[in-house]
Design a binder for this molecule. Structure first.
Ligand SMILES: Cc1cc2nc3c(=O)[nH]c(=O)nc-3n(C[C@H](O)[C@H](O)[C@H](O)COP(=O)(O)OP(=O)(O)OC[C@H]3O[C@@H](n4cnc5c(N)ncnc54)[C@H](O)[C@@H]3O)c2cc1C
Length: 437
């Protein structure tokens, strides 16, 4: 959507091809009773500059604060989960000293300060984290900051941003996780997010329920797309704005090396259930609770600050994976288990559930890979031999909506300004017609 908007803003015509019934992908709207809700991405950081500007182009959007006071169970009691809270710093400090992992804590703080100072380093492709990965051999996060911090802090970030355990995430991509803790979050009010998606779908020629199966070539240039029924359409440029494995399928055998590279990028599934109750589910003291390792539930949070009677339960991480496979997904069972946990600390135990909506996301969240920067460099090198084609999506700049918007806009720019051939010469600029798959 960001790519199509960028193509349009620069005076060209974009056509969108979408496999499902409507645009939005992992931020598509859903319904709960008579209300529109979002089971996928919806929280917008204050540092999401591109995302906010993109929305404002179609009329100024209103946001409401979404930073529920988060809690974490610590020795059987709910304690504040806030990286600026003195009591949390004390608890963490104590644990690091006990485990002899103070050095890991210092390294973590240095990286967090870097991301706070420079918002660009929260995105993949930033020099700071690329250089660090090269210097260190790109270890896993616990190998770099220690296991104590991972249990209490890092896991909270990785299950939320990558649906992955800390040991499944690598240092070179850690800026994307730290972007989460140095930011504060809002959400769009009412139906603004759904309205924006519907507007994008209407203003650009959009073909829903139209899966792209391949690309056409004219000489070295990508010249169009092929639908699953074999229909060909010609375009001046093509942006594949898909998860890496879906893009690999479209690129296919024609560019087998690029396809195989994209297949090495990892995704983990996420399940989300949003349930509505007849009364507030959270106490005054907190409005979100992270679940400990070992549970399928990773987080339960109120849907909005004024919606404490609606709870969004997220299931991600290793213990959740077998439970959210499409053939095994049983939202009712997951919900009962999650309510049992939350009910030990919150009034949801006394509430009556009125309704719920659920979705298993597969692919869920991108967890990148070891040496992701090296992989992306190779992807870009291979793309330079394929003028007319650009890639966008969560694996290019990061999984946050800000990073996805940035990758979409950069991809649009690439197909519009003409790509460089491997020998550095420039391909003539494209005409006025691009497609976004
Ligand atoms: C549960 C959940 C919660 C999240 N929460 C947040 C959050 O609060 N804040 C945040 O910043 N980020 C959040 N994220 C991350 C963010 O939502 C995603 O990283 C982002 O939406 C991915 O966008 P994308 O365009 O790369 O991919 P997608 O949204 O997956 O879009 C790809 C589209 O391509 C379509 N498609 C696939 N194959 C084909 C084909 N062959 N032909 C045509 N169409 C095809 C798909 O149907 C889909 O519509 C969340 C993610 C999840 C899963």
């Amino acid at each position: 959507m960001a790519a199509a908007e960028e193509v349009g803003a620069r005076g060209h015509r974009a056509e969108i091809f979408e496999a499902t019934a409507g645009l939005g992908g992992r931020i598509a709207p859903d319904g709960l009773a008579s209300r529109e809700i979002f089971l996928g991405g919806k929280n917008i950081g204050r540092r999401y500059r591109r995302f906010r500007e993109l929305f404002d182009r179609r009329g100024r959007a209103d946001y409401e604060v979404f930073g529920p006071e988060s809690g974490q169970v610590w020795r059987g009691r709910v304690r504040e989960l806030s990286f600026s809270s003195p009591s949390m710093k004390l608890r963490l400090g104590g644990r690091l000293v006990l485990r002899g992992q103070v050095g890991g804590g210092r390294r973590f703080l240095r990286l967090a300060r870097q991301v706070k100072r420079d918002p660009g380093s929260a995105h993949l492709g930033d020099r700071f984290f690329e250089d660090l990965a090269l210097e260190t051999g790109d270890p896993t996060i616990p190998e770099y900051v220690g296991t104590a911090l991972c249990r209490d802090v890092v896991r909270h970030m990785t299950v939320r941003m990558n649906a992955a355990e800390p040991e499944e995430c690598h240092l070179g991509n850690m800026g994307t996780n730290l972007g989460l803790i140095v930011d504060r979050f809002d959400q769009l009010t009412g139906t603004a997010l759904g309205d924006w998606i519907r507007t994008v779908q209407t203003v650009h020629t959009t073909h829903t329920r139209t899966r792209i199966a391949g690309l056409t070539r004219k000489g070295e240039r990508v010249s169009g797309i092929v639908g699953v029924n074999g229909d060909e359409r010609r375009f001046d440029g093509v942006v594949l704005a898909l998860p890496a494995h879906a893009a690999a399928l479209v690129i296919g055998e024609q560019e087998a090396a690029l396809s195989s590279l994209l297949c090495t990028i990892r995704y983990f599934p996420v399940g989300v259930v949003v349930a509505e109750y007849d009364r507030p589910a959270f106490p005054e003291a907190f409005a979100a609770l992270t679940a400990p390792e070992g549970m399928a539930l990773s987080n339960a949070g109120s849907y909005g600050l004024r919606d404490r009677h609606i709870v969004r339960y997220t299931f991600s991480g290793r213990s959740a994976r077998d439970r959210i496979r499409p053939d095994l997904f049983d939202p009712e069972a997951l919900l009962s288990e999650a309510e049992g946990f939350l009910g030990r600390y919150a009034p949801v135990a006394r509430a009556r559930r009125l309704d719920f909506a659920a979705r298993a996301f597969q692919p869920g969240l991108c967890a990148y890979r070891q040496d992701h920067a090296v992989c992306l460099r190779e992807v870009r090198a291979r793309l330079s031999a394929l003028p007319g084609l650009a890639l966008a999506g969560d694996y290019m700049r990061g999984a946050s909506l800000e990073a996805c918007v940035r990758s979409g806009q950069e991809a649009a720019e690439r197909v519009l300004t003409g790509a460089h051939r491997a020998d550095g010469s420039q391909v003539e600029p494209v005409g006025d017609h691009a497609s976004v798959g």
